[in-house]
Structures are given as C-alpha cells and as structure tokens.
Design a binder for this molecule. Structure first.
Ligand code: PNS
Length: 162
C-alpha cells in the first residue's frame, strides 16, 4: 500500500485543502489526513469537529483516513509507515517555510515532502482568511464546502451571542 499524509490545522477545511487531498488521493492508495494539535492556538472548531468535517467532505474519495496528532509530524509518519508528506504550495510566500519544514523532516527521519501546486482558484485561500471574512459577514460560500459553511455560520453566530 502506498501511503501519504496531508497534514494541517484544518480550522476549518477549505476548498483549497480539498483540492490537494483529492489530488493526493489519486496518486496514493491511502491518504492520511493528520489534524495537528497545537495547544498554543485556540481554534474556532474543536479537533473532533475538524475531523468530522474532513471525514464528511472527503468521504467520496474512498481512500482517506482522518486522525489527530499531538507532536511531531515525522512521528505520525513513522508509526504508520508513511514515506511521503503531500503539501499544497499556494505562492512563493509559502515556499521559504515549507522548504525549511521539508528539509527538517527529511533530516529527522528521511520522510520526503512532495509539493503540489495549488489550483490558481485557491492561491489566496487560507482558513484564517475565511474565518476573518465570514466573521465580518463576507460571502465565503464559494471557498468552503457546504457542510463547513453551515457550521461556520452557526459558530460565528454562537460566538457573537456570547
Ligand atoms: O495548516 P497549517 O497550520 O499551516 O499546518 C502546519 C503543520 C501543522 C503542518 C505544521 O506546523 C506541522 O507539521 N506541525 C507538527 C509539528 C512538527 O512536526 N513540527 C516540526 C516541523 S519541521
């Protein structure tokens, strides 16, 4: 079985993430989606909610396994025999940090990182921007899956009522 991992925070998953996960799912037998837990960052969605949304929106691909992980990505890969990390590159601005992480990860355990150029439709897209635009009432329905859009609207309304 050829395995790869698509890691991230996925708070929440966007159409840009889905583009990369779907393309990876056509290249590998199994694609693990790893939701990395960052204790220093308070997310809009809980880890369980993020996993649920990823499972729901990737179900049709047929070869996706979604899990959370606290710790180093290389340890997630080693424990599951995953030799490759697949990441989307949106623009040159992503490249510096992504290259550093790819080189560090390869130096740590030999895991390779493969970069997939993001579809130009999503080159500006990030979960952070989606949350910001949505929180001020902007339309983000074309940038996130329908299931996420509903949950995002609910969560923003809940937070505004607090
Ligand atoms: O969606 P994000 O927040 O841009 O994803 C970044 C992520 C989670 C993939 C990256 O921070 C990561 O791999 N974190 C796991 C901890 C780790 O392995 N750190 C060392 C990286 S060289």
């Amino acid at each position: 079985m050829r395995r790869a991992v698509c890691p991230g925070s996925f708070d929440p998953i966007t159409n840009g993430h889905l583009d990369i996960i779907e393309r990876a799912s056509k290249l590998y037998d199994v694609v693990h989606v790893a939701v990395l837990i960052n204790k220093n960052k308070q997310g809009l969605f809980s880890i369980e909610e993020r996993i649920e949304l990823i499972e729901e929106t990737t179900a049709s691909y047929g070869n996706i396994e979604v899990e959370s992980h606290h710790g180093l990505l290389v340890d997630f890969c080693r424990a599951r025999g995953i030799p490759a990390i697949v990441k989307g590159l949106r623009a040159v601005s992503d490249f510096d940090y992504e290259l550093q992480m790819a080189q560090m990860n390869r130096g740590l355990t030999g895991v390779e990182t493969l970069f997939v150029p993001t579809s130009p439709t999503y080159s500006f897209l990030s979960s952070t921007l989606v949350k910001e635009v949505a929180s001020y009432g902007g339309d983000v329905s074309h940038l996130i899956p329908q299931a996420v859009h509903q949950r995002l609207a609910d969560r923003i309304a809940e937070r505004a009522a607090q």
